[in-house]
Design a protein around this ligand. Structure first.
Ligand SMILES: [Zn+2]
Length: 858
């Protein structure tokens, strides 16, 4: 309550509807509002769980913690020789399986913050006692935290088996992140046969002179300098080596890991200078942001190169010789035979040509101010940029305000409204031109990746244009109807673009996943190109991008645990060749019940989002939604019939407690703008949403399909104030409009947008305190910048908005929209569409969705 209840014109509502629901306002814990609790980021599954409320009608789920095994002497382990590889069956720890019934229960959304079930490894699975031998789930997680021993058990379980990873995720001290430990002595022990990197799960044999690979079983020699401290010139403690103590490590690679010397960071900007681009203020904002980023673009060794191409109906190159103070423009109108107008000075060293670059960017918008040119030869500009940087590799960053209509890759406005909501809608989600995929693959071969920034007020064919980032490991950013005269638009774009430019990208990267013999990688999802059967090529790697890799079992698994290892070989933007290695071990099981008890609902949701998006392109959006609901009901059928053995008709829908939010997440996914039913969603918004669904790391993906919802007018007194871990967020509420009150102030956010919902009976004092306006009637909805006022409530609301914007890793700065509860129907229904527990148009409520699933389960 604020100010002694000043904003509540009614007595405080009883919390909340329905018996048996916890009063969330009284069970707030410090982690509420943060997907990753501080400290969790560096830890592993052995971290204590954050306090969890008991599940509805259930006992406290007893996730047994992994035992800490003590060993008096590590060498004892080494000399003891191999760990028992088999015969662990009767000693295996199992998860304690708890069942929850969902029908009639309101989901406890705080469970979305919980870590996955722990990986119950056998004692001594790891050669060290380090608490860091498993990756934090933000680097890598698996849909199951136990590995089935055979494909047949996996098939019977109907559970998906896939790795969900963001191996190049960013480092945030504010999240309690620990920097990735770096092995600096260039001693890289790898298995001679399967090329796995040495890790905490290998076994030392023959007196410690050899190590046995945990993937393929081969005995390998321990490298000579493995126990030698090169810096100090004396013997070192083997057990202190980072690669034996940490799941996530980085090796500095020696020259044999290089095909060529480390490339410098290279950025080729393609800037649309057609009439709409200039008039919207995009060109001026982009130019200013590039200019202001010159000191933050990765350029530690002063080798970074820049090129600028302006495009409309012709191509404009800029010659920027070292030392010159002005740029010279060279125009090329022949779009069919693109060639570079001069061999040098078009791609220039940022340091040497900075004066000319600064001068050019300072006046770029003015140069085209009088232009009335309509048309965009984007494909030809892409070809030119490729010619410019293809020999080195790097990033093409395209800023486009209009549909490409000329030259290679010309596109048409094909967004026929009659197709929307029909089975033919999926054609609009696929590329209209083969150019974009063919060209993207060409780029990938030359170590060039493409980022697309799209600004059009009209159809811009995101489906086709997003192919370029998809196959080149780039990203698509959408600013529909961008207008820099609205400060909110300018700030959002400049902030995100600035972060993309400052990002410490990896260059010339490949990702390969190795696994214990018997495990096969069967399918790959994400932004990259599959170069050979299991080698993912990423010309540049952005931070915080998600990849999903499906696994199959081609042979039975015999050991007590398996090991999966992701290696990402890349050139850092500081000119070092590095290998980031993420090693994860999983116990094996032949029990379907154990598989269910070990399932990770967040990883499964991310996997199913990728499968559904894929299905919407190869089939229809209907097929995609059916895939989600069918997979869910298949799982719950197996759980009911084979795990709880309560076959037959039942009024209940039983799930293991660790999956009790999966139906809610799947309900959210089927109602997400990327997949939802309806004839109203512009194809560009769908395609963009699909690009995000398939690339957002879990931390951002979960709120994207299950938004956060807070009540602000009656938030607890500590909400919006600062404590040790930053601003305290109010307790998250269930996503239903039942929680909205006519006199209230609410916040709904999905990581991309923030809605501040103002009830039409909001008292004047609340409107005054938050918006500095006399009354509700004076307030106008839409994109908004909150004033900062000299009253505590305003400051707390501002603090919550600011915290929401910086809550998650990634470059996104959500827009803030003020939504009046009785005005602007389109904005209102957009905000309400995030309340996924409600019925919406002809889409079912969460309760109805559960009934649908239950009826399939029987
Ligand atoms: Zn091996």
């Amino acid at each position: 309550m604020y100010g002694g209840g000043g904003y509540d014109t009614q007595p405080p509502p009883l919390q909340p509807a329905g018996p048996g629901y916890p009063d969330q306002s009284q069970q707030q814990h410090p982690a509420t509002g943060q997907y990753f609790t501080p400290g969790m980021a560096t830890g592993d599954v052995k971290q204590p769980l954050p306090p969890q409320p008991p599940a509805y009608g259930q006992q406290q789920p007893a996730h047994p913690q992994q035992p800490v095994h003590h060993m008096s002497n590590q060498f004892q382990n080494m000399n003891m020789g191999q760990k028992p590889a088999m015969g662990y069956g009767d000693q295996k720890q199992m998860h304690s399986l708890q069942t929850a019934n969902l029908i009639g229960m309101q989901p406890d959304v705080r469970g979305l913050d919980a870590p996955p079930p722990p990986y119950l490894l056998p004692p001594n699975a790891s050669v060290t006692q380090s608490p860091y031998v498993q990756p934090d789930p933000s680097y890598q997680r698996c849909t199951l935290t136990s590995m089935p021993t055979t494909q047949s058990i996996l098939n019977k379980s109907k559970l998906p088996l896939a790795l969900v990873m963001a191996p190049y995720r960013s480092f945030r001290e504010s999240d309690g992140d620990m920097p990735v430990p770096v092995v600096e002595d260039s001693v890289i022990a790898r298995c001679r046969r399967c090329r796995a990197y040495i890790n905490p799960y290998v076994t030392f044999i023959e007196g410690g002179n050899r190590w046995k690979c945990c993937m393929c079983g081969l005995s390998n020699e321990v490298p000579q300098l493995f126990d030698w401290d090169q810096a100090a010139g004396k013997p070192a403690d083997r057990w202190a080596r980072k690669e034996l103590n940490h799941s996530v490590v980085e090796f500095i690679a020696p020259t044999e890991y290089m095909v060529r010397p480390p490339q410098p960071p290279v950025y080729a900007f393609i800037i649309d200078v057609s009439q709409s681009a200039v008039q919207s203020g995009m060109v001026a904002t982009a130019a200013r942001t590039i200019l202001e980023s010159f000191d933050s673009i990765p350029n530690a060794d002063k080798r970074t190169k820049i090129s600028i191409i302006a495009v409309s109906t012709s191509l404009h190159f800029f010659s920027l010789p070292p030392g010159a103070t002005e740029a010279t423009m060279l125009v090329m109108s022949d779009l069919n035979d693109v060639f570079l107008p001069k061999p040098v000075d078009l791609l220039v060293n940022l340091e040497e040509s900075r004066p000319a670059l600064e001068s050019l960017l300072g006046r770029l918008s003015d140069m085209f101010q009088e232009s009335h040119v309509v048309g965009n030869a984007l494909g030809s500009a892409m070809q030119a940029a490729h010619q410019l940087i293809g020999k080195i590799g790097g990033k093409i960053i395209s800023l486009t305000s209009s549909l490409p209509t000329l030259g290679e890759g010309a596109l048409k406005a094909r967004d026929d409204p009659k197709l929307l909501g029909t089975s033919k809608e999926s054609s609009l989600l696929n590329s209209a031109s083969s150019f974009y995929k063919t060209f993207a693959i060409e780029c990938s071969k030359q170590q060039v990746s493409v980022d697309m920034f799209l600004f059009s007020a009209h159809y811009t064919d995101v489906a086709s244009l997003s192919c370029l980032p998809r196959y080149t490991a780039g990203q698509t950013y959408l600013y529909p109807g961008f207008n820099a005269s609205r400060s909110e638009d300018a700030i959002k774009f400049a902030t995100e673009f600035g972060k993309v430019l400052a990002m410490p990208i990896g260059l010339e990267a490949v990702i390969r996943v190795r696994a214990t013999r018997g495990i096969r990688l069967s399918a790959f999802h994400g932004n990259f190109f599959i170069r050979s059967t299991d080698l993912l090529a990423l010309p540049t790697v952005p931070e915080d991008q998600n990849y999903v890799i499906e696994l199959q079992l081609e042979d039975d698994i015999k050991g007590a645990f398996v090991v999966l290892q992701t290696a990402i070989l890349h050139t850092s933007c500081y000119g070092e060749r590095r290998i980031r290695v993420i090693t994860q071990a999983m116990p094996t099981t032949d029990s379907i019940a154990e598989l269910y008890a070990s399932a990770d609902q967040i990883a499964i949701a991310s996997y199913l989002a990728n499968k559904a998006v894929e299905k919407s392109m190869t089939g229809s959006l209907d097929d995609a939604r059916n895939l989600i609901t069918n997979k869910l009901s298949d799982m719950l059928t197996v759980f009911k019939n084979q795990v709880t053995s309560s076959a037959g008709a039942s009024a209940q829908l039983a799930v293991p407690t660790n999956l009790q939010l999966l139906p809610l997440l799947m309900c959210g996914l089927t109602k997400h703008v990327g997949l939802r039913e309806g004839a109203q969603i512009p194809p560009d918004l769908r395609s963009y949403a699909q690009a995000l669904l398939t690339t957002l790391p879990c931390q951002a993906f979960v709120p994207y399909i299950h938004p956060r919802f807070y009540s602000l007018h009656n938030m607890p007194p500590e909400a919006g104030t600062i404590e040790e871990n930053g601003v305290i967020l109010p307790p998250a509420m269930n996503l239903t409009s039942e929680r909205l009150e006519r006199h209230g102030l609410f916040l709904i956010e999905d990581g991309q947008n923030i809605f501040l919902w103002v009830g039409h009976e909001a008292v004047p004092r609340l409107v005054q305190d938050v918006f500095d306006l006399p009354s509700y009637g004076d307030l106008t909805g839409g994109k908004y910048t909150l004033p900062i006022l000299d009253n505590p409530f305003n400051q707390r609301v501002n603090a919550i908005v600011a915290k929401t914007r910086e809550l998650r890793r990634g470059v996104y700065r959500p827009h803030l929209y003020v939504v009046k509860s009785d005005a602007e129907p389109a904005l209102r229904s957009w905000a309400l569409s995030l309340l996924i527990e409600d019925r919406m148009d002809h889409m079912s409520s969460y309760a109805q969705y559960l009934t649908t699933v239950k009826n399939k389960v029987g």
